[in-house]
Design a protein around this ligand. Sequence first.
Ligand code: ADP
Ligand code: NA
Length: 322
Amino acid sequence: MTRLSAITPSGHAHIGNHLGAISRWASQGRPGDLYFVSDLHAMTVSYNPARLRVLSRELLAVLVASGIAPEQVFVQSDLVRELGALSWVLECTCSYGEAARMTQFKQKSTESGEPMNSVRLGLLTYPVLMAADILLQGASEVPVGDDQAQHVELARSLARRFNSTYGEVFTVPSAVMPPTTARVRDLADPTRKMSKSTQDTIGSVFILDEPDLIRRKIRRAVTDGSDRVAYSPEDQPGLANLLEILSACTGTPPRDFTFGSYGEVKEAVAEAVIEELRPIRKGALDLLADQGELDRIRKAGAERAAERGAHRLTSALRLAGV
Ligand code: ADP
Ligand code: NA
């Protein structure tokens, strides 16, 4: 049983990614689970190539420094040849209608504001690449939120269709609900979630931010004018977000804190976040400073991931008649 999870290097990884995903991957994952840096998925919208390269490397270092075993991690583009080949086979297994029906494509292709004719074709076909990610590794479970469940359904349909049309090759994957965790909101605008792709970075605490910068960002976090410390997500979303972050770092329920002022809350949150991130930041910076070691980890991960999928790719191509 293999569970496959990915994180896209569309920006620097932040405390939301850490508390909501990465720390759980490191502490609760099973030895057969796999994690990858989905850099090919970052190419579906406008991006900067030099920055993508840096972000991918940084994210790999963060995953390993967070305690995920290097054997379980790889970078997607290191398998671009295998994935490109399998994607083509799956594109020819998928209908245009199935791809065009994806809700996320409809949303993302319209919210960019670009005319439809200039939307990248990769934005339409990336769920098929995602199916290739899943099917190449033989993953049986894919933990995803609601926004990605439809894509896993597509991978499931394509696996079934390929198996029945050409021959049994693929494990049919299932979407599984990840355990609910803290949903960290943007510090500058608590109505939206903290996200890598947010341009205004003052609202995000990045895993590799220096302690002083973390302190400044948290001190500037938007709260309300009442200075009444109570856990009330509806009325006081900014404060509630800070208490939830503190709760996720310390294990104390957010209602149990007894602070006298917002200033006290912010100091406590800043110190807890700095302590939480300290070993990860150190580990990641050490890895990033040791090019050779990070390259070795990356290469070994890529080789293992390619080996894991080799027989499925070979069989799929042969059964497809090529
Ligand atoms: P982002 O929105 O930052 O680009 P991704 O969509 O790449 O993040 O998600 C990577 C993982 O991090 C997912 O498991 C997602 O649920 C988790 N995650 C992302 N943002 C947050 C957040 N603000 N709070 C909690 N978890 C988050
Ligand atoms: Na995102």
